[in-house]
Design a protein around this ligand. Structure first.
Ligand code: CMP
Length: 149
């Protein structure tokens, strides 16, 4: 099933110059980036995005961290995009992430783990609507022709 998921390249990856590497891996996997913006999260946006973690011991540090530099916000589409994207990232704790995954190759940290991706269809829908409107999602074909790549 074709799914749409929310992906955020976090401040650690942006500051370390890993945006291109991460975007490249998403593209090479065959997923399509249908919306994208470089953005500095407001406190409200950060708290809304991570609402399910409110009250956890790392919540305040997480909010501070994701607002420490710009992030890249993306909507990513493709076959089983939600689970495929999570597998591309590897385990949340980058120390445990397998080599070959984005976290496994570029991080050893649980908090600074480079990229966020939605963990379920419900999360994807909730997270996408914080940052994107329906008209932000672009199609990869001419509107007047059915080109399939
Ligand atoms: P992410 O996929 O963005 O979803 C929630 C984030 O919270 C997670 O990646 C980590 O960056 C962070 N996180 C989760 N668990 C911990 C933890 N135990 N300590 C610090 N940060 C955490």
């Amino acid at each position: 099933m074709i799914e749409r998921t929310f992906v955020m390249i976090k401040p650690d990856a942006v500051v370390r110059g890993l945006m291109g590497e991460i975007i490249s891996r998403i593209e090479k996997k065959g997923l399509k980036i249908v919306a994208m913006k470089l953005h500095h999260l407001t406190e409200e946006e950060a708290k809304e995005l991570y609402k399910p973690h409110e009250g956890k011991h790392f919540f305040n540090d997480l909010i501070e961290f994701v607002r420490s530099a710009p992030v890249v916000l993306m909507a990513v589409e493709g076959e089983s995009a939600i689970s495929v994207m999570r597998r591309l990232l590897g385990s949340t704790d980058a120390k445990e992430a397998a080599p070959g995954t984005i976290r496994g190759d570029f991080s050893c940290s649980k908090s600074m783990n480079l990229v966020h991706a939605s963990d379920s269809p419900e999360s994807a829908s909730r997270e996408l609507t914080i940052f994107f409107k329906e008209e932000d999602y672009l199609k990869y074909r001419r509107v007047d022709e059915d080109w399939v790549y």
